[in-house]
Design a protein around this ligand. Structure first.
Ligand code: F6R
Length: 270
């Protein structure tokens, strides 16, 4: 496993700073492999929460390469993706279904019925029941062994967007249908061609099920993430910076960032 150039601690969470994003992604992939192997050895299965976006692509490439080399099997792995635009067909290349198929599911031996992504074809009247069912499936699977997260420039995790809400309420947010924040829509325009074309709503895993994971790995790369990483780990905890809510479960959280994303962090504490 590549070693971080330094490890900081802020508010109880560990922040592993790597020389560059590829090194961080190697370390993150290795961590995922460890979780898969120990889950499969100890309880016959591993349950992962997965993210999409640009950040984890090299991680999926590494996992696929290890699978192709005969070193890694997904036969006993169950996955739950964080989010999906709503509404969208899984066949739409901009959907997170299609992304996951391109990046991972289409190249490994995961059972299709264990690779869960929200169904964004459900009629809106059934969306709340669908996402509640998704939370129940995760619980019935014994919870997430590891949740992998990216972070939006606005601090979103999954599509839990910044909002004015008391922290206690924000920590209890379940999976639900949400409106995307303007910064999220602007960033998503790279996949949709232009901002007006971005699907403005999404189904997302809630803050509460994310925080219930046994361990949480947050990845952030590049200078454009530096300010929000610092606000998330140094506090204060606020629903206006959803990633700061991870401070409520600090010992379960590891950040893996590159030097650029760490530049506003200072030397850390503890
Ligand atoms: C994706 C997700 C989002 C992204 C975040 C960062 O499933 O839940 O929260 O992790 O928007 O996206 P990138 O990695 O493209 O910067």
């Amino acid at each position: 496993m590549p070693t971080p150039v330094r490890v900081l601690e802020w508010n109880g969470a560990s922040i592993w700073v790597f020389a560059d994003a590829p090194s961080a992604c190697c370390a993150a992939a290795d961590r995922i492999v460890q979780v898969i192997q120990s889950g499969v050895n100890n309880r016959g299965k591993a349950v992962l929460g997965l993210a999409t976006g640009a950040t984890p692509i090299p991680i999926y490439e590494r996992l696929v390469a290890q699978h192709r080399a005969g070193e890694l099997s997904f036969a006993d792995v169950t996955t739950y993706n964080l989010d999906e635009y709503y509404p969208i067909s899984p066949a739409d290349p901009r959907s997170y279904h299609a992304y996951m198929h391109r990046q991972l599911f289409g190249h490994v031996d995961i059972a299709p019925n264990r690779a869960h992504v929200f169904d964004s074809t459900v009629p809106e009247a059934f969306a709340a029941e669908h996402v509640a069912q998704y939370d129940r499936w995760i619980a019935a699977d014994g919870g997430l062994d590891l949740q992998v997260l990216g972070i939006g420039r606005n601090g979103h995790i999954g599509f839990n967007e910044p909002e004015e809400l008391p922290v206690e309420e924000a920590l209890r947010l379940p999976s639900r249908l949400v409106d995307l924040h303007p910064v999220t829509r602007a960033d998503a325009s790279r996949d949709f061609g232009a901002e007006p074309q971005v699907i403005p709503r999404a189904l997302t895993l809630g803050v509460a099920p994310i925080l219930s994971a046994c361990s949480i790995l947050v990845l952030a790369f590049g200078t454009q993430k530096a300010e929000i990483v610092a606000r998330s780990v140094r506090g204060p905890m606020t629903a206006l910076v959803p990633a700061s809510l991870l401070q409520s479960v600090p010992r379960r959280v590891t950040w893996m960032v590159d030097e650029a994303a760490a530049q506003a962090l200072g030397t850390g504490r503890g």
